[in-house]
Design a protein around this ligand. Structure first.
Ligand code: UD1
Ligand code: UDP
Length: 367
């Protein structure tokens, strides 16, 4: 049997985490010549994840620049991809999620007439400005993809609404749960000194649409919460984007019960989620992982493309409004019955077998 070249693309931290189970599964397929392309839209955060999963990119475009703008990132990437696709001549390319890497690779593959498999397809808020630019990125990738690996029935319905043929949509669950279960089974350690007697509020935030005043409001609310609740400790691994890092440090550094740290490696971050009492986040991946670990999540955004956990009552949208994020967090800290109703331990986004469903589809197509 002639082997088929499949390029798996990773650009940022969440892509590396969610693509890892697919890469590991594909590498066991005798028909597949797996090539790993790192655009390295993220540098350090991507390398951390690859090292953890034992993934070694075959091609590394090393594209990241400090405080990169969307247009220059896209333009530079598109040019680099031309050479790669011409040299590699892949039979298919897999992308994951909704980053600039995903949108740009989908476009480059379209120009080269190479079929694309879009993992985590069909997430929609139906609002191009929220999240920005991710909604546009995934709509474009969705227009160009050959295989749409939708995590949920809801995401399948979104794609059908956009006219994607049913036969091109495969509901697989989200590979983030594969990665989570693989990692949680190793019982990772947090390695950040915390007081075991105190409840922990874990925070992450990095969304572009929150930059400026909304993010300052989030930080103000966090500062007030920390001051009002001296017996609660806060841990915030800060995203390295300067638009986030500088403001977070301006508002939150120096509070006695608030730990600001560098991004945690993936396994220690899972340990932090397991240790947390409540999670405040605007991250997509964390909204998927935390419910599976039984942790209530308050989402620091006005909209989410992941409505399933909200509908099941384990995730709540609180926006970037000062009063609302403050009040909702305080209520969850004070009201035990409210807390128990949100700490159910359900996993609407996957069962740990998403990667094998994706690989099965490709195997059946190519062999
Ligand atoms: C990107 C994605 C976003 C995703 C997020 C995951 C786009 C437009 N945005 O946002 O969808 O949710 O990744 O984290 O695709 N930086 C470092 N080291 C790193 C990574 C980033 O210093 O390892 C800094 C650099 O200054 C870089 C900046 O962060 O220029 C922004 O990185 P970029 O990938 O453009 O945007 P994110 O905000 O990380
Ligand atoms: N994560 C991590 N270290 C951290 C914060 C998050 O490893 O300090 C992981 C988290 O478990 C999840 C992923 O990063 O799997 C989410 O990435 P991010 O929030 O950067 O992007 P998004 O999911 O919003 O696109």
């Amino acid at each position: 049997m002639q082997s088929k070249t499949i390029i798996c693309v990773i650009g940022t931290r969440p892509e590396a985490i969610k693509m890892a189970p697919v890469i590991l599964a594909l590498q066991n397929e005798p028909w597949a010549n797996v090539r790993i392309l790192a655009t390295a839209q993220h540098r350090h955060m991507l390398d951390q994840v690859n090292e953890f999963f034992g993934i070694d990119p075959d091609i590394d475009l090393n594209i990241m620049r400090p405080n990169q703008a969307l247009t220059t990132l896209t333009a530079r990437l598109l040019l680099e991809l031309d050479d790669v696709l011409q040299a590699e001549k892949p039979d298919a390319v897999l992308v994951q999620g909704d980053t600039t890497t995903v949108m740009t690779v989908a476009l480059a593959c379209f120009y080269h007439r190479i079929p694309i498999g879009h993992i985590e397809a069909g997430l929609r808020t139906w609002d191009m400005q929220n999240p920005f630019p991710e909604e546009a990125n995934r709509v474009i990738a969705g227009k160009l993809a050959r295989w749409h690996f939708a995590p949920t029935e809801g995401s399948r319905q979104n794609l059908l609404k956009e006219g994607v043929p049913d036969a091109e949509i495969i509901v697989t669950g989200n590979t983030v749960i594969d990665a989570l279960l693989m990692t949680a089974a190793k019982d990772p350690e947090l390695a950040v000194p915390l007081d075991p007697a105190k409840r922990l509020v874990l925070v992450t935030s990095h969304r572009r649409e929150n930059f400026g005043e909304p993010f300052r409001n989030i930080c103000r609310a966090l500062r007030t919460l920390a001051k009002k609740n001296p017996t609660v400790q806060f841990l915030y691994p800060v995203h390295p984007n300067p638009n986030v890092k500088d403001v977070a440090h301006e508002f939150l550094a120096g509070l006695p019960n608030f730990v600001l740290c560098e991004p945690l490696e993936y396994a220690p971050f899972i340990a932090a989620m397991k240790r947390a009492h409540i999670i405040l986040t605007d991250s997509g991946g964390v909204q998927e992982e935390a419910p599976a670990l039984g942790k209530p999540v308050l989402v620091l955004r006005d909209e989410t493309e992941r409505p399933e956990a909200v509908e099941q009552g384990v995730v709540k949208l609180v926006g970037s409004n000062y009063e609302r994020s403050l009040d909702e967090t305080q209520r969850l800290l004070d009201d035990e019955s409210l807390y128990s109703a949100m700490a159910l331990g359900i996993s609407p986004y996957g069962d740990g077998y998403s990667a094998s469903r994706i690989v099965k589809t490709l195997r059946e197509y190519f062999t």
